[in-house]
Design a protein around this ligand. Sequence first.
Ligand code: HEC
Ligand code: HEC
Length: 445
Amino acid sequence: MKQIQRVAKGKRYLISRLRRDVVPTGLIKCSQRNTCLLAAIIIAFATLNPVCAQDESTVLDRLQERQGAELGSSNKAESIQVGKAIFLDTNLSNPTGQACISCHIPQHAFADPKPQSTGAINHRVGTRNAPSLMYAALIPSFAYDDFFTPEGDEIYAYEGGLFWDGSARDLFEQVQKPFFHANEMNLDNEEQLANRLRKSNYSNDLKKLVGEAVWQDDSAVTYQAYLALVVFLRSPIFRPFDSKLDQYLAGDLESLDEKERRGMQVYINGGKCNDCHPLNAKHWDQPLLSDFGYDNLGVPSIGKPDGGLGAHTGNKDELGQFRSPSLRNVAITAPYMHNGSLKTLREVVEFYNARDTPKRRWKQTDFPETVNRDDMGNLKLNEREVDDLIAFLHCFTDRCIENMSDEEQFPVPPKDTPSVQTKSLYFPGWTQRLHRSFKQSTTQD
Ligand code: HEC
Ligand code: HEC
């Protein structure tokens, strides 16, 4: 990787502002340094000239064409069905008995209420909390982005990527990992996975997607299985956008009561939550409540230090940094943070509010030297503001999950949830990954 200036510690606040105000990524989420540079320069001069707009649409058209070819609409419904069956299949672990759904529980917005999940082998416990899978398909790919400060300085920071530390470049890379992780489903290799898929009770449907001719080819079978999982995780179940917040943002101002509206002001102003969990839409046309940037909040240690982003980028300034999660459905995804160390939403808010005050009650953190002490830790919010803010965080829960009946296995999204086909432009980052010959890589440059 080229020697380039990394973002200095303590500039996180500036970056979150720049992300929010200056870089209009939106549709053209920059995953290439040069594209981003171009976008930033265009914005720096604030001239939306027609030549550039034309270039943009050509790129998007090409991506859409490619995606259309890869993911022919004719078998999308079948892929979703197969993806769902894999998600539920407890025969794909060693020993059997564990599936994706064992740790990603629908009633908890597909997160795990245990601070750390237990794997297929019962005594093996990981070190991280299983996050919600709601909106996970909309997390942008791992990228190293440039930003321009108002003074014209260029700074760099990582954003996006799957897993708390961004170690999977995108969802396609991510869905492959749980099968083989010793603390998760614990299979030995792809051959074992392919054999079990061929014996599954959905094998006929999978065979139709793979094709008779290559049905004995392990990599062809597992490739289709990963793809089906990705397609399933992109389906409307995982992106219903039907919370109270969405109703409010769609113009129904009465949907939030007075307390919740006061909480929104705390979220934007005194709490500064909006700087890293923004309410404005950027990566999708509704807000995802994350800027997908990385930070070390100094959360209490649970034992063995977890280097987070720094552990796989090799940069010591990034040790202890984790990706800012979407706050959608946050009221039902307790416990919190990458290691599940904070138990309730109240504790999270109190942590942001009073981490650095004499009243502090939290244990030592893993990497004190990289903790963000500029944007949080002593917010001086009073009791009422804390209460209001918590009430507002409860407005992020999707109604279709809240109202799930005991008979339902998965939430039923509203009928008008837009199809992925019409929204395919939002997925440029991983379209190229949908080809088997595309090489894996975890870093951008
Ligand atoms: C043993 C419990 C367990 C099982 C089984 C499991 N996961 Fe996970 N999952 C986790 C944990 C823990 C994390 C967070 C790990 C990390 O960040 O390092 C995670 C992270 C993820 C993420 C990333 C979300 C994000 O915000 O970055 C996705 C997507 C995911 N899992 C999908 C799946 C799928 C699909 C399956 C089945 C093939 C599965 N998981 C099986 C525990 C599990
Ligand atoms: C400077 C950026 C930043 C600011 C400001 C910020 N957050 Fe966060 N938030 C993060 C990051 C990064 C994480 C993940 C940290 C980790 O797991 O170690 C996180 C995690 C969380 C979580 C845990 C979610 C989960 O699924 O476990 C909650 C809840 C949360 N933030 C709420 C808030 C609230 C409320 C505010 C305002 C009082 C706020 N955040 C302000 C960056 C920020």
